[in-house]
Design a protein around this ligand. Structure first.
Ligand code: ADP
Length: 355
């Protein structure tokens, strides 16, 4: 999704991919195949690049630090990225009032001290709810500690909704935020976003944006980041960071003057950032999540005919049940109407509905 703005800006993208099946490798000519965990591979790849960035957060920070010390420009930096990779770093960096009650535990005793019910999280490597366990009893949590070693424990937050604030920051320290996005999750995975978050007061939205800007400065972000938060009454708690263009910001491609992908390029190239205004009062995005249906093109006939305002994005991924394969976006002035249109199209393309 970064290719379109890169073409428009005349920026050449080069990609290091695990295989030619990867989405980016399919659309960026001359993809280099190699392992992003291998220092020599990334060092060689970096030789032709002015700046390096990533579309997932699993690149080892040790490798990034080594290349940074050799003068390779990598954005965001290892020191920033660690706050998204390692949930304990973020928790330690935030002032306590911005986090759910939390602790690191490596023993049964520490879990007992924390008490149940509780959420157990893998400190590293989780995504889309994998690596997050809702434990009703202390015993369930202790089993996870035995399996995983050190884990993050959190109180179960009875939130009213979840939001994400997308923020961009350049090396010069210029920063920009988009309107607050409500993220609707199913089974720990985001399946819909509504922007601006319809149930938040203007005051709370302003505070959420302020928190995101402060975290961007605190971690010395360069690039785009999503700050995920829980909303409980008029309180906001930070859940986690995604330090890259993120699913909660996909609506910006069709719904904002500057998309998160263009903004990420501007930020890492240290160019002035673009305007983040919405192009309509609301933008709604729904993810296309795989089912058994494998032909994702035939549904175009129906959804395009039904809704000429709909925008569809496919990621070129092999269909697997439960896998995010693409998304749809609609913009307009009636949020509930937009939600129905987006959900219908996403469900029709994925095969959840077939009428
Ligand atoms: P991942 O790294 O998989 O994205 P998250 O930390 O975002 O993991 O958790 C996934 C989902 O689990 C969240 O979107 C939220 O719905 C739920 N969740 C996470 N932490 C808590 C918590 N402390 N209390 C209640 N629900 C939580």
């Amino acid at each position: 999704m970064m290719v379109s703005p890169a073409i428009a800006l005349g920026v050449n993208l080069k990609v290091l991919a695990d295989s030619m099946d990867e989405s980016a490798a399919q659309v960026i000519p001359g993809a280099i195949l190699g392992d992003y965990r291998d220092l020599a591979t990334v060092r060689e790849f970096a030789k032709d690049c002015d700046v390096i960035t990533f579309d997932h957060e699993h690149v080892p920070t040790g490798l990034i630090r080594t290349l940074e010390a050799e003068g390779v420009r990598i954005q965001p930096s290892a020191d920033a990225l660690i706050h998204a990779q390692d949930k304990s770093y973020l928790r330690k960096a935030l002032e306590p009032s911005l986090s759910p009650r939390w602790a690191i535990a490596a023993s049964a005793e520490e879990v007992h001290d924390f008490g149940a019910p509780l959420i157990v999280k893998a400190i590293r490597g989780g995504y889309d709810g994998r690596g997050v366990w809702n434990c009703v009893t202390v015993e369930e949590a202790i089993e996870l500690v035995v399996q995983l070693g050190s884990v993050l424990l959190e109180e179960v937050v009875a939130f009213e909704c979840e939001v994400a604030v997308l923020v961009a920051r350049s090396q010069h320290g210029q920063a920009a935020v988009w309107a607050v996005t409500e993220t609707v999750q199913a089974d720990g995975m985001c399946n819909e976003t509504i922007t601006p978050a319809p149930n938040l007061t203007a005051e709370l939205c302003g505070r959420a944006q302020q928190i995101a800007l402060e975290i961007a400065g605190l971690v010395n972000l360069v690039g785009v980041m999503a700050v995920e938060m829980f909303v409980i009454g008029d309180r906001l708690l930070v859940n986690e960071l995604a330090m890259r263009p993120h699913n909660s910001g996909h609506w910006t491609i069709d719904g904002s003057i500057t998309s998160q992908f263009e903004q990420h390029l501007r930020a890492i190239l240290d160019l002035p950032l673009g305007a983040t205004d919405l192009l309509a009062p609301f933008a709604v995005m729904a993810n296309v999540v795989g089912t058994e249906k494998t032909n994702l093109y035939r549904p175009y006939l129906h959804v395009f005919a039904r809704d000429p305002g709909l925008k569809v994005h496919q990621y070129g991924k092999t269909v697997r049940p439960g896998r995010k394969l693409g998304h749809v976006t609609v913009i307009g002035s009636n949020a509930s109407d937009l939600r129905q249109r987006a959900a219908h199209a996403a469900d029709y393309i994925s095969g959840v509905i077939d009428e």
